[in-house]
Design a protein around this ligand. Structure first.
Ligand code: ADP
Length: 479
């Protein structure tokens, strides 16, 4: 009889342990939802209680006054039931620390009362006490489950509720059997068969309820999976939209820069084209007059070729900035890149009487997209020019620094203009924050976008003479 009973307990412990391992493993393979601590805790405590109880039956001598391990096992059973109730409560509202403390204290109190009855009471009182506590938790659990199911129908929670009804039925049944029994139980053999049956049935129901909770969490993980797939798609869509927006902004900014620099470009192209035209007229005149010596012919043709190359160079440089080429990275010499930008801005600088001072260290090499970097430097130079235009002073100056730092390369564009007002400074790199009538407040925002995309940073400083200084830093090995 003893052996058979303890085997029952061990079998149920093994089933619950298998469930615990299986579900824990499943949780670990997912990182969408964290395992519910109350449910896992309840299962663990229940397995411990079953093992101690099963072992206790094997060594039991006196059923009226069993060993201390029965207090431990029964307290663990009640703790497992209370954790399961807490799990059901956690479905409806967060569990506060105060509530947890109250639970802890009541479990301890139960342990003390049970210990008192172990020493001074009898089998019937103790069994009724445990069954009474079970009933309290099961009723509470059922109420919480009904609340949750009205808000969110779930087949697994329905199974859990049925299993809880079963647990409640068998726990109540145990109390009724004890009350109805006329004899006082002092021997193992006197325990009514129906009481044993109801106890085992309650444990089976309890195991079913753990399985239902496991099913509920699997259901939740499946739902979260579907949701996160949908969210992923949404994020991808938003990212694609963002890229489209940014490339249109890049294009818009290029157009803005083109507008601002179109005068310089026309000037730059007009010079070689005008010179060529004059040389061709001169050539025609000499040919008509028959005065073309081979030396003169050579000289004129060489000049024509040089002017042609000059115009071609201007066009090639502009094309690299203003076309929608695919973003590819290459080894870029920042010194040369700055010279290219200055050659575009040269007529404007000249017309506005602005000096450019270069303080560039050697070998400022980066691996980046040339067009994008040019756009950053061009924006900063263009902004400096715009800032210097309304200034009355004679020594208008832009200084460009290029240095190696511990992390990469730092380039700064400094002017001796009026600098920035505090409110303009606060919003500098924000989109559409410009104060110029012609500007769109796009340039610095885009500079920041390009630089940060390469893993670098860009910031503003007040220049020593009170003007503006824009500094950007890029890692040599770009992200
Ligand atoms: P935009 O030039 O299209 O207005 P930016 O983003 O390039 O947009 O610049 C934003 C604002 O920052 C400008 O309108 C100007 O007020 C200010 N700013 C930028 N560079 C300088 C500078 N070097 N000196 C003074 N103000 C500047």
């Amino acid at each position: 009889m003893k052996l058979l009973l303890s085997i029952y307990f061990f079998i149920i412990a093994i089933i619950q342990l298998g469930l615990l391992f299986g579900i824990y493993h499943y949780y670990r393979s997912q990182n969408l939802l964290r395992p519910n601590p109350y449910w896992m805790g309840s299962l663990l405590v229940s397995v411990l209680g079953l093992c101690i109880f099963g072992g206790g039956i094997l060594t039991l001598n006196n059923i009226v006054k069993p060993d201390f391990n029965f207090t431990v096992a029964n307290t663990l059973f009640v703790a497992a039931a209370s954790l399961q109730a807490l799990f059901c409560l956690s479905l409806n509202r967060p569990i506060t620390k105060g509530l947890l403390r109250t639970f802890g204290i009541s479990i301890l109190l139960f342990g003390v009362v049970f210990e008192y009855f172990r020493l001074n009471g009898n089998f019937e009182i103790r069994t009724a006490l445990v069954a009474f506590f079970y009933c309290l938790f099961y009723i509470w659990q059922i109420i919480e489950l009904s609340k949750k199911r009205t808000q969110m129908p779930s087949s697994q929670l329905a199974y859990l509720q049925y299993a809880s009804y079963g647990e409640l039925f068998f726990a109540l049944g145990r109390v009724v059997i004890l009350v109805a029994s006329t004899i006082t139980i002092t021997e193992m053999q006197q325990i009514p068969q129906t009481l044993i049956l109801f106890t085992i049935a309650q444990l089976v129901m309890n195991t079913l309820s753990y399985i239902a909770i496991g099913g509920y969490w699997a259901e939740q993980i499946a739902k979260t999976n579907v949701q996160s797939t949908l969210e992923n798609q949404e994020i991808k869509r938003l990212l694609a939209e963002r890229e489209t927006l940014i490339s249109s902004l890049l294009r818009a900014n290029k157009t803005a820069s083109t507008g601002a620099l179109s005068a310089s470009i026309a000037h730059e192209l007009n010079q070689p084209l005008g010179a060529s035209s004059l040389n061709i007229q001169f050539l025609q005149k000499k040919l008509a007059a028959g005065e073309l010596s081979p030396e003169l012919q050579n000289e004129i043709l060489n000049t024509l070729l040089a002017d042609n190359q000059r115009a071609a160079n201007v066009i090639r440089t502009l094309r690299s900035i203003f076309t929608d080429e695919k973003i590819t990275t290459e080894k870029v010499d920042c010194g040369e890149l700055i010279q290219t930008v200055l050659s575009i801005a040269k007529p404007e600088l000249h017309a506005k009487n602005i000096q450019v001072v270069l303080r560039l260290e050697d070998s400022l090499y980066l691996s980046a997209n040339r067009g994008e970097l040019q756009q950053v430097v061009l924006n900063l130079v263009n902004n400096a020019i715009q800032a210097l235009i309304p200034i009355e002073r004679l020594d208008k100056q832009i200084t460009i620094y290029g240095t190696h730092t511990d992390h990469g390369i730092e380039i700064s564009v400094e002017d001796n203009g009026r600098g920035l007002s505090q409110e303009a400074e606060a919003l500098l790199f924000e989109l559409l924050s410009g104060t110029k009538k012609t500007g769109m407040g796009l340039g610095l925002w885009l500079c920041k976008h390009i630089i940060t995309r390469y893993g670098g940073s860009i910031w503003f400083e007040v220049a020593p003479e009170g003007g503006a200084k824009f500094v950007f830093q890029l890692p040599t090995k770009l992200a």
